[in-house]
Every structure is written in C-alpha cells, then in structure tokens.
Design a protein around this ligand. Structure first.
Ligand SMILES: C[S@@+](CC[C@H](N)C(=O)[O-])C[C@H]1O[C@@H](n2cnc3c(N)ncnc32)[C@H](O)[C@@H]1O
Length: 257
C-alpha cells in the first residue's frame, strides 16, 4: 500500500486501506453495501437524520463512514479492540470532531465506562458479533440495552444460522463458497491475504503484529439463529425485534427500545 506525504509528515494511504478493506469484506458478502444502506434507512426511519451512534466493533469505521456521508449532522463513537483496524479508522477520521474511537474488549464488563456518552440513539454493528459465543453475547446485549435511549435502536447485521434448516444452510454455504473460489481465482483478496499486506506496510506492521497477539488468526462464536438474537434482545429490555433485511447467509436484525 502506498504512502502519502502530508503537511503533518508521512502517513499511510488511509482511504486506500478503507477501499481494500471494503473489497476484502465484499468477497465474503457481495451485498454488504446494500445491507449498510438498509441499516441507515432504518436509522433515519426510527431516530431521524442526526443521530448519536455507537459503531460497535467498528473495525476501520465502515458504518461510521457511510453514516457521516449520508447524515452530516450525525456523531459517532467507534469501539473496537484491533489496533491495526483502529489505526486505519483513526487515520481516516483524524480531525473530524464528530467521531471518537475507543479501544476496548467487548467481553470486558467495563468497556461501557470508556465511552464518551452514556446513551445513544442507535447502536449499530456489522459482521462482528459472530466472533462472540452466545453467553458473552447475551451479556453484551444487556449492556447495549442500557446504552440505547428509550425509542432508540440497536441493529446487528451478521451471519446468523438457523439450526432447523441444515440442508438449506449446507446448499447456501456450498453455493456461496463456490462463488468465492471463482472470485479468488480471478484475483480477489481474502482475509489472510489482506492481513499479509497489512503486515508488510511500514505504518501498519506494528499494530498488525499486536492484533495477532490479541486474536490469533480469527475467532468464531457459535452464530446463533435470528430467533435467538430477537429473543435475547427482548429479554435484555428491547420492546420489539425483527429482521429488516436478509440475504441467503446474513440478516440485519433491528431491535427497538
Ligand atoms: C470483520 S470485522 C467487521 C468490522 C466492521 N464492522 C465492518 O463491517 O467492516 C470484525 C470486528 O469485530 C471486532 N471485534 C471482535 N471481537 C471483539 C471484541 N471482543 N471486542 C472488540 N471488538 C471486537 C474485531 O476487532 C473486528 O474489527
């Protein structure tokens, strides 16, 4: 990845890293952008065009980026644990007073205390909470319910697996993976390739080494069903919860406080 000389000295090409992150994630989810669009439609529908948002497990700040482009009067707090992805997020939004990033482990009970606000109009997350097993995820949902104001929303866009439909799940997975293999043969960059590029970058090499110490290669939870997410969110204090969008592999679930 190239470097750009700025007035402040030498910095990485943050927009280039954002774009390559998007391409890598789209290899797994070709309809990722559509999913973000519906998420922001539902933010506008439920809490209006100037929300205070928590971008939960924000990575490079993909949700925050789309949020601020569409709703310039929004503000966002991004929280994540990955030092390399947070470096890209912080580099991208440097100097933007609407955005704050917080380094925290969502499995640590105290992460909420590190936030700059004690309540949010919307807590939004994508392709992240499947890293957590059901038990810590249920505890996290309890904390999220405490952060969303009455009338506010939580949305989770992620891979959710229905154990009652094993043959549909297997067929969908095989079809999706065949498409991914074709894209890979045509040059698509996957997760491992992308992290290898980051490890070679002079600015990201250090934080990338640290993220491998924290996570290892990857961490998957048990990916519970849509019904489990909706029930757990209602038990945590949300009044309503249901999917507002789905693809064959992913669901965008909305919970209203
Ligand atoms: C695949 S990335 C998705 C990032 C972003 N939401 C997006 O859609 O591009 C998953 C993110 O979840 C974060 N994450 C996973 N477990 C976490 C935890 N326990 N605490 C904080 N962040 C976590 C990872 O660091 C990573 O940035």
């Amino acid at each position: 990845m190239s470097e750009t000389v700025t007035g402040a000295g030498v910095g990485a090409d943050w927009r280039g890293w954002q774009n390559s992150w998007d391409r890598q994630q789209e290899w797994y989810m070709p309809d990722r952008e559509e999913r973000f669009r519906v998420m922001l439609d539902m933010v506008e529908a439920c809490v209006g065009p100037a929300p205070r948002v928590l971008d939960l497990a924000c990575g490079t700040g993909s949700i925050t980026d789309r949020l601020l482009k569409r709703f310039p009067d929004a503000v966002s707090t991004g929280v994540d644990l990955d030092p390399a992805l947070l470096a890209i997020a912080e580099g991208t939004f440097a100097g933007d007073p609407r955005v704050t990033f917080v380094t925290a482990d969502l499995k640590d009970a105290g992460w909420v205390e590190l936030l700059p606000y004690d309540s949010y109009d919307a807590v939004l997350t994508a392709t992240a909470l499947h890293w957590l097993h059901s038990e810590p995820l249920a505890a996290l949902y309890g904390q999220v319910a405490g952060l969303v104001r009455d009338g506010g929303v939580f949305m989770n866009a992620d891979h959710m697996i229905d154990p009652a439909t094993p043959r549909i799940n297997a067929a969908e997975r095989a079809h999706r993976h065949a498409g991914m293999e074709r894209a890979k043969a045509a040059g698509a960059v996957d997760w491992a390739d992308w992290w290898a590029l980051a490890a070679e970058d002079p600015v990201l090499a250090g934080p990338t080494a640290k993220r491998y110490e924290i996570y290892g290669e990857h961490a998957d939870g048990d990916m519970p069903s849509v019904a489990w997410h909706a029930e757990t969110l209602r038990a945590a204090g949300f009044a309503e919860a249901r999917p507002v969008w789905a693809s064959p592999s992913d669901t965008l679930l909305l919970a209203l406080k």
